[in-house]
Design a protein around this ligand. Structure first.
Ligand SMILES: [Zn+2]
Length: 307
């Protein structure tokens, strides 16, 4: 991990969901699922919102849904709230609606984590983008170079400074997760799982951390594994990716599988970021695993299934 303010990109937070489309769908690992139509991210605000367009109200780090658990339509909400284009869902424009005060819209405010545990894809991904865009706009209001108020760039998730022309896109922060296995003579392979010192400390998760500027995904996998559990790995192999709305705007998780370089080596944790690290036989994994909507879980399930 590269900073205390960007905790837990591992999907290790939140209650495990009983079911979820990603849990049994290897294509879930590809994230956007654009091959199925569904959600296409965008920023086209050239046509004003129509009453039937999809609305995703955001206040702080929470999203609002109607009593039926579904997102409202633009026509269901009070007029006058700022609306930001975030893309289309099955061709219907979707707008994040910035709600300055959650009490303006009484009722069903929930975290993205809670929504993602319930909503089928691509709604969880759409909700995550709405949350990311609104959070980024709130925290990127002024030019970092000359302090002028930034202006939106039409058609892009970006702002520009009218004073010095600085271009400010929503940046992506990449993080890696690594499912490390080792062979065991006469038994099933073993998977390394860790417990974190923060968040839901009872969950068994994967080694994870943010990629540094100037570093490849693979190099980050080697470095994080070395830093967090003191092990060397061979052949980190890309598995899939997932946009992750819980660790600040623009976090993109990239999952890897890897093999322990020395099958006899045992993990060592520092007790600060991680409290525990342990090898588990693939046929005897613990019950306290990351939620079904997280790439952490997709990776663990895929490794356990021998894929
Ligand atoms: Zn400026």
């Amino acid at each position: 991990m590269t900073g205390p303010s960007r905790a837990a990109p591992s999907g290790s937070s939140g209650p495990p969901a009983a079911t979820g489309p990603a849990a049994t769908d290897p294509a879930g690992a590809t994230g956007q699922r654009s091959g199925r139509g569904g959600f296409v991210p965008g920023a086209d605000g050239s046509v004003p919102p129509a009453p039937g367009d999809i609305a995703l109200p955001v206040a702080g780090r929470k999203l609002w849904t109607g009593p039926d658990g579904a997102f409202p339509r633009i026509g269901d909400l009070p007029t006058g709230l700022p609306r930001v284009p975030v893309g289309t869902l099955d061709g219907v424009p979707a707008w994040a609606v910035e709600v300055p005060d959650a009490e303006e819209l009484p009722g069903h405010w929930r975290s993205w984590r809670a929504l993602a545990a319930e909503l089928p894809e691509p709604l969880a991904t759409l909700a995550g983008r709405a949350l990311a865009v609104v959070t980024w706009r709130r925290t990127h209001r002024w030019c970092g170079a000359c302090r002028t108020e930034l202006a939106d760039v039409p058609g892009e998730t970006a702002r520009r400074c009218p004073g010095c022309d600085l271009y400010v896109p929503l940046p992506l922060s990449a993080a890696v997760l690594v499912a490390i296995t080792r062979p065991r003579p006469g038994g099933p392979d073993e998977l390394l799982l860790v417990r974190h010192a923060y968040g839901p400390t009872g969950l068994w998760a994967l080694v994870a951390g943010f990629v540094e500027a100037g570093e490849s995904l693979e190099a980050a996998a080697h470095r994080e594994v070395g830093e967090e559990v003191g092990l060397a790995i061979t052949d980190p192999t890309y598995f899939g990716s997932q946009p992750w709305a819980m660790s600040g705007p623009g976090t993109l998780l990239a999952g890897f599988t890897a093999t322990a370089a020395d099958p006899a080596a045992e993990p060592v944790v520092d007790g600060k970021e991680l409290t525990e690290a342990r090898w588990f036989p693939l046929d005897a994994l613990p019950a306290e695993l990351p939620p079904a909507y997280s790439i952490s879980r997709w990776l663990i399930d895929a490794v356990a299934a021998g894929r």
